[in-house]
Design a protein around this ligand. Structure first.
Ligand code: PLP
Length: 379
């Protein structure tokens, strides 16, 4: 059976060579813009491509403001600071995510709490979040206080897993009720929509990643998106070493960060944004091909977005029947040069987050053992 799947994937990519999980495509103006950038000498943190890249992401997502950063993790770090996450605060996120989400919380000297995901979206579950908050917190002086630790829960970070939008509107409603800010980790979901609104624009701030394996890439890069002008200004300020604007004087008034995306990377980003609509079309087509194929296979489910959402299908995912079936699938495909990968290990099982408070994680645990990503590069 796995031989059929390998042949099927080889036919899609029309190659007998190694097939990676996700590789970038440079089919447009990438070289042209990078040459322009070098010729201009503005290869570092000042230059027209950074502004252009920000404008194009802002226009594409519908967010009023976009602030480019050196990577998605840096964007998350700043996003949490904008949400007023301070030392010893707590931040709720999902246990099924890339480690950057939980790392960024630790960069703020805050503590992660892990709450379960929904089975279908594989993203933070509104019901589980609501249950956790009702059971474990109380509102004191306008703050959501954890009854067990007495710490303030300052933010919730939902993540749109593999580009599948989570029930973000419900999560925002719950957080508003409990006086908690939402920082949306939309690193994987550029081009994904929930109820026709772009992911990353529901919360106080959203963050994107343009790492080499994401839907579009700048080599390394990230972006903060928000509709709040004051937050956008602050984001720009603390990602550029809090340099006080002045024609010639050189002054700083905060310990801040050198997180600004270089112009060279932004040049790549401008070209990639031009290709994004074509990439998304191709990814929809690929997902349909996979979906049709697996609909004939009773032991493997292809993961689809909910009816209210559009996925960018950054990484296609299937659910196998058991841990044993999953391991066999991973072994056979990878041994035959078709790269597949299990979903992440739960964050609370990693040594640095092992002591984190957790809700009931039944869904995340079930998914951890059964979900596998398939080759998903643009065809
Ligand atoms: C890729 C990714 C990030 C950010 O990654 P960078 O490599 O720092 O750009 C953050 N969260 C999730 C869920 C991701 O997949």
């Amino acid at each position: 059976m796995h031989k059929d799947i390998i042949k099927f994937i080889r036919d899609i990519y029309k190659t007998e060579e190694f097939i990676p999980l996700h590789e970038p495509r440079f089919r447009g103006n990438e070289k042209k813009y990078i040459n322009e950038c070098i010729d201009s000498t503005f290869v570092s943190s000042v230059g027209k491509f950074v502004d252009q890249f920000e404008a194009s992401v802002s226009e594409f997502t519908g967010a009023k403001y976009a602030i480019a950063t050196v990577n998605g993790t840096a964007a998350l770090h700043i996003g949490l600071l904008l949400a007023d996450v301070q030392s010893n605060d707590e931040v709720i996120t999902q246990p099924l995510t890339f480690v950057a989400t939980a790392n960024a919380i630790s960069y703020c000297n805050a503590h992660s709490i892990f709450v379960d995901v929904d089975m279908d979206t594989m993203g933070l579950s509104p019901e589980k979040l609501s249950d956790f908050l009702k059971l474990n917190t109380e509102l004191i002086n306008g703050n959501c206080v954890n009854k067990t630790t007495k710490r303030i829960i300052k933010a919730v970070v939902p993540m749109h897993t593999f580009g599948l939008p989570t029930r973000i509107d419900e999560i925002v409603d719950i957080c508003n009720k409990h006086h908690i800010n939402v920082v949306e980790d939309a690193a994987e979901s550029l081009g994904s929509y929930h109820k026709n609104q772009h992911t990353g624009t529901f919360g106080l701030v959203g963050t994107l990643s343009f790492n080499g394996n994401k839907t579009i890439t700048t080599g390394g890069g990230g972006m903060l998106i928000t509709n709040d002008e004051a937050l956008a200004k602050k984001a720009k300020y603390i990602t550029t070493t809090a340099k006080v604007p002045h024609q010639w004087d050189y002054n700083h008034d905060l310990i801040a960060y050198n997180y600004r995306l270089p112009n060279l990377n932004a040049a790549l980003g401008c070209a990639q944004m031009e290709s994004l609509p074509e990439f998304l079309k191709s990814k929809q087509k690929l997902a349909k091909i996979y979906s049709n194929f697996f609909s004939k296979n009773s032991s493997i489910d292809f993961i689809e977005p909910t009816v209210n959402s559009i996925s960018n299908f950054w990484l296609n995912a299937i659910k196998l029947e058991s841990l044993e079936a999953r391991n066999e699938f991973l072994k056979v495909t990878n041994e035959n040069g078709v790269m597949t990968r299990p979903i992440w290990k739960l964050m609370n099982s990693l040594p640095m987050f092992a002591s984190a408070q957790c809700g009931n994680l039944d869904n995340a645990s079930a998914l951890e053992n059964r979900i596998v990503n398939l080759p998903s590069s643009v065809i």
